[in-house]
Ligand binder design. Structure first.
Ligand code: NAD
Length: 387
């Protein structure tokens, strides 16, 4: 079958297996060039198949020579439709890792559920003994509780309606967008889905099952961003959830430090991923950010960010800010970068968006998430959907 991208709103409903293989190979190549380092030997990555989680898995394998166990929520092909990109990425990663002699297994299921936690624990006991690092990189639209109740996360403001420029992802036009304030219920549901409760549940389950090593590090990913996007992100529903995630890191450190656990929140850079494309206003900010950071030679993708995390920020004692957070958004939030973005934000219109922002780079990254747009891949070739 010849596969083409099919875009619906902010998502591509097809994925290209050969392109996903290429994506994974490129990330492995980049990591190999950064060199190896002593580090955790058995790593669990929750949300391992795309974006920051996939980059973490690749970087852990090829930096620390770690065995990795991943958790993801992805769909295989049904013979007619393609699998999801995360599914192809993971197959590609497992093949490459196994070929290079590394253990890599993946559990495809709902990370919020008790069953998946139990399956992970059984797998650790059977194959690895204990885990030394746990990366929590979930980005989920909803969470189903064990009693069947479902909470949905909302991307809304807290308090007042917020209007600002945004990118119409269908037409590339710069438009005005308004984001409505969330109800109390939407705020608390978003915290349920994207806050720290499930992270804590994971740590408790792993601890009680005796599968954490004596010294274990756990890292959850977060975002803050510039004041420009505060109403929609940092001070919005998702920001509330991220504050809860941070409070959970403090709680985990209080509860388990003596038992050898250290918990961090790492604040990462804004990047095009399946999740960030869904947030209004943010894609236009990302397109401007890419331009300004590329012009200054500061641009990083997920794999560059996580390599920097492992090589520079987690050297013995982690390098953290005054609140104990790891800051991989340090380049993004540099004064000169943000001043330039502010200037361009005022000026940007449909007519000049190509000049002022890196909208082409935005779309290139977007397509590549789904395995499209790699020069090395011949997209006119028939491919096997099952890979
Ligand atoms: P992503 O959409 O690329 O990845 C999400 C991962 O979660 C996938 O592996 C997916 O399979 C998995 N997943 C989703 N629901 C699941 C479920 N119920 N059970 C098991 N797995 C599930 O997202 P991303 O952008 O890489 O985000 C990962 C983390 O990084 C999030 O916490 C996000 O807030 C944070 N972050 C993202 C950005 C950004 O700009 N993209 C910036 C800073 C921090």
């Amino acid at each position: 079958m010849i596969i083409e991208p099919k875009i619906r709103d902010f998502i591509c409903t097809t994925a290209h297996p050969t392109g996903c293989v290429q994506n994974v190979k490129n990330q492995i190549e980049y990591t190999k060039k950064q060199g190896k380092k002593e580090g955790p030997k058995n790593v669990l990555i929750i949300g391992c198949s795309t974006g920051y989680g996939l980059a973490s898995r690749i970087a852990a394998t090829y930096t620390f020579e770690a065995a990795t166990l991943g958790v993801m929520f992805e769909k295989p092909s049904n013979g007619r439709r393609t699998a999801t990109a995360g599914y192809y990425n993971t197959k590609a990663f497992e093949q490459e890792a196994n070929k290079d002699g590394f253990y890599a297994k993946t559990i495809n299921g709902d990370a919020f559920s008790k069953e998946v936690k139990e399956e992970v624990i059984e797998t650790i006991k059977r194959d690895l003994g204990t885990i030394d690092m746990i990366i929590y990189s979930l980005a989920a639209p909803r969470r189903k509780m064990d009693d069947g109740t479902t909470y949905a996360s909302a991307l809304k403001t807290v308090g007042e309606t917020f209007s600002n420029k945004s990118l119409n992802l269908r037409t590339n036009e710069v438009i005005m967008a308004s984001i409505e304030p969330a109800t109390e219920e939407e705020i608390s549901s978003t915290v349920k889905v994207m806050g720290g409760e499930d992270w804590k549940n994971w740590i408790e389950a792993l601890y009680h099952a005796n599968v954490m090593s004596e010294h274990v590090t756990t890292i959850a990913y977060s975002y803050i961003g510039p004041e420009l996007t505060y109403p929609v992100y940092y001070e919005g529903t998702i920001g509330n959830a991220k504050k809860h995630l941070y409070e959970t890191s403090n709680l985990l450190n209080t509860m388990w430090k003596e038992k050898g656990l250290t918990a961090y929140v790492s604040v990462n850079k804004a990047l095009v991923t399946q999740s960030s494309a869904a947030i209004p206003i943010v894609p236009l900010y990302i397109a401007l950010l890419y331009r300004v950071m590329k012009d200054r030679n500061l641009h990083e993708g997920c794999i560059e960010q996580i390599n920097r995390l492992f090589h520079e920020k987690l050297n013995g004692e982690a390098i953290v800010d005054s609140e104990g957070k790891i800051r991989l958004d340090d380049f993004e939030l540099r004064q000169d970068v943000q001043d330039e973005i502010k200037k361009r934000w005022e000026l940007v219109t449909t007519e000049n968006v190509k000049e002022l922002s890196d909208i082409d780079g935005y779309w290139k990254d977007f397509y590549q998430i789904f395995g499209f747009g790699f020069d090395e891949v011949d997209y006119s070739q028939d491919v096997d959907l099952e890979m």
